[in-house]
Write a protein that binds this ligand. Structure first.
Ligand SMILES: Nc1nc2c(ncn2[C@@H]2O[C@H](COP(=O)(O)OP(=O)(O)OP(=O)(O)O)[C@@H](O)[C@H]2O)c(=O)[nH]1
Ligand SMILES: [Mg+2]
Length: 305
């Protein structure tokens, strides 16, 4: 099956030499620390740049991207190897459909993980949103809540908030740094509240925010590397952040039956039992009883009546 095919990671060679060298060095460091497989799950709303970010990291156009329609109808895993090191990166459909968080999409993602990664771990979550959005609303909190319910709070110990469209001119005479700080702060608050993380938890496990600019018009430095407005080459910076998360001492998220079915899968069903019984009583048993009573009453009368 295509999702299981591990290809040589040729895209690395397409990076400008400086980016390639930094990425290769970071991967070699990970390998030295006994990390030979790295599995990254990418989640977020539709159209925020999940697939584009994957293409940028792999250095090839491996998944489809479109501005005007959802181009990722189902999860896809792209696997690339370099020497004995393997990178798996899972692209997913947007988590919001018709203005609501889609449990169906989350279930599709979980059953995909069950099919291809059973007993393996998710080492990093890239939670993708755009930098150039000014508000965080309740829907964002609902997305975080749904991710937490599906994968457990621990997923946030392995998360990076990735903000695309990073090449922007901030509004209201804010400096880039100020705008970035405000946007990250409001998103972080949303993650803290949606995932119900305690202040202590957040202090002990800081969730990093990484900036990404997927556009072909991204500025470049003298080494031809794609850079952020603050001058940092963003691909090595993102891989560096990924590597810090992998080595942060927290366990990856193990894909097991419990994760696939959901911790409360059975309980969820049980919740409906009283409702089903009440429905049965009111709309099935009661009418039958009433029918029998009426029949009995009719039969009790003499025929001539
Ligand atoms: N300028 C700019 N455009 C971007 C960036 N990332 C993505 N885009 C554009 O935004 C549109 C949507 O990008 P996708 O990568 O398909 O987004 P997605 O999150 O995978 O979307 P779905 O699969 O539909 O959920 C495309 O037109 C991309 O070219 C970015 O960092 N900067
Ligand atoms: Mg996509």
């Amino acid at each position: 099956m295509a999702a299981q095919l591990v290809r040589e990671w040729v895209g690395i060679e397409q990076f400008p030499a400086a980016t390639r060298d930094s990425v290769v060095e970071l991967l070699a460091d990970l390998f030295k620390q006994n990390v030979d497989t790295l599995t990254i799950l990418v989640l977020g709303k539709g159209g925020v740049g999940k697939s584009s970010t994957i293409n940028s990291i792999i250095g090839e156009r491996v998944v489809t991207v479109s501005a005007f329609q959802s181009e990722t109808p189902r999860p896809v895993m792209v696997s690339r190897s370099r020497g004995d090191f393997t990178l798996n990166i899972i692209d997913t459909p947007g988590l919001v459909e018709a203005g609501y968080v889609s449990n169906q999409v989350l279930d599709t993602i979980k059953s995909f993980l069950g099919r291809f990664l059973m007993t393996k771990t998710i080492d990093v979550l890239l939670y993708v949103d755009r930098l150039d959005a000014y508000r965080v609303d309740n829907l964002d909190k609902q997305i975080v809540k749904a991710i937490t319910e599906s994968f457990g709070k621990e997923i946030w110990h392995k998360a990076i908030v990735v903000l695309t469209h990073a090449q922007l001119s901030p509004p209201d005479a804010l400096s880039y740094e100020e705008f970035f700080a405000k946007r990250s702060e409001s998103l972080m608050k949303c993650v803290r509240q949606g995932a119900r993380l305690s202040k202590k938890d957040v202090q002990n496990n800081v969730i990093p925010v990484a900036l990404v600019e997927n556009s072909g018009r991204c500025n470049k430095n003298e080494h031809d590397e794609k850079i952020l407005p603050i001058g940092t080459p963003w691909i090595p910076n993102l891989i560096q952040t990924v590597s810090e998360i992998v080595l942060n001492g927290q366990k990856g998220i193990i894909v097991d039956q419990r994760l696939i079915e959901g911790p409360n899968a059975n309980d969820r069903g049980k919740l409906f039992i009283p409702l089903i019984l009440a429905f049965e009583y009111l709309f099935v048993i009661k009418p039958i009883q009433r029918g029998i009573k009426n029949d009995a009453a009719r039969e009790a009368k003499p025929l001539w009546a």
